[in-house]
Design a binder for this molecule. Structure first.
Ligand code: DX5
Ligand code: ZN
Length: 213
């Protein structure tokens, strides 16, 4: 199972060292928060540009922001390989957002919060590269896994088997050695791991173990 490490819980005073400590991960998960869509502020595309100067991992950028339409191009120019926006941030312009991200040659993901019905994504599944199932309330790391996320993963896996959709299923929040097998069995392809990884020292070894489990 692919791991996309989130450095939200890392020590930002030594960011380069922290990100280099997870160099075995092919993906790197950026948690962008604007203090509007979620009650927390992290960083913007300038940080993506800075990290791009020393990492050639696949940049998996999770936009927890209002009005993503305004900022998508900045993140792609800064180095984002995949942009995930939240359905709840702009439900009436989902198709336009997908079009914009693909026109700018990035991959497109869409995310839903725990309280949002996964079936709202039905009309868009045929066009998406990734679906990000939030298994915690977006806004901070270190929260507990919400078990109802499992049913959303199973629904997405069933829909792509029935319809031949190509999207990958990513799950985000509260992933550790206990919840990882649950989401894998439900059909998830990629797991975002933040605090579980950054609370340990042997991070690359953990990444190798979780990717090979
Ligand atoms: C929460 C972020 C998650 C979070 C995951 O809003 O989207 O990526 O950082 O962190 P853990 O793994 O600590 O739940
Ligand atoms: Zn995230």
């Amino acid at each position: 199972m692919r791991i996309s490490p989130s450095f939200l819980s890392s020590d930002f005073r030594k960011l380069k060292e922290e990100i280099l400590s997870i160099s075995h991960a092919k993906w790197l998960h950026f948690d962008v928060m604007d203090g509007q869509f979620v009650r927390n502020i992290t960083y913007d595309y300038e940080l993506v540009k800075e990290v791009a100067s020393f990492s050639n991992q696949f940049f998996d950028v999770h936009l927890m922001i209002e009005n993503p339409m305004l900022f998508i191009e900045d993140y792609i120019k800064a180095g984002a390989d995949l942009i995930t926006f939240h359905y709840e941030a702009d439900p009436s312009r989902v198709t336009l957002l997908i079009d914009l991200i693909h026109e700018l040659d990035a991959e497109c993901g869409i995310s839903v919060k725990p309280g949002t019905d996964i079936e709202v994504l039905g009309p868009y599944l045929g066009r998406l590269d990734l679906i990000l199932v939030m298994s915690v309330e977006p806004g901070k790391g270190g929260q507990s896994f919400i078990m109802s996320s499992i049913d959303k993963i199973k629904w997405l896996d069933k829909m792509r088997r029935i319809n031949g959709y190509k999207y990958v299923i990513e799950v985000d929040g509260g992933i550790n050695q206990d919840t990882l097998p649950l989401v894998k069995a439900a059909g998830a392809d990629i797991a975002v791991v933040g605090s579980y990884l950054f609370n340990q020292k042997n991070r690359n070894q953990l990444i190798d173990e979780m990717e090979n489990d």
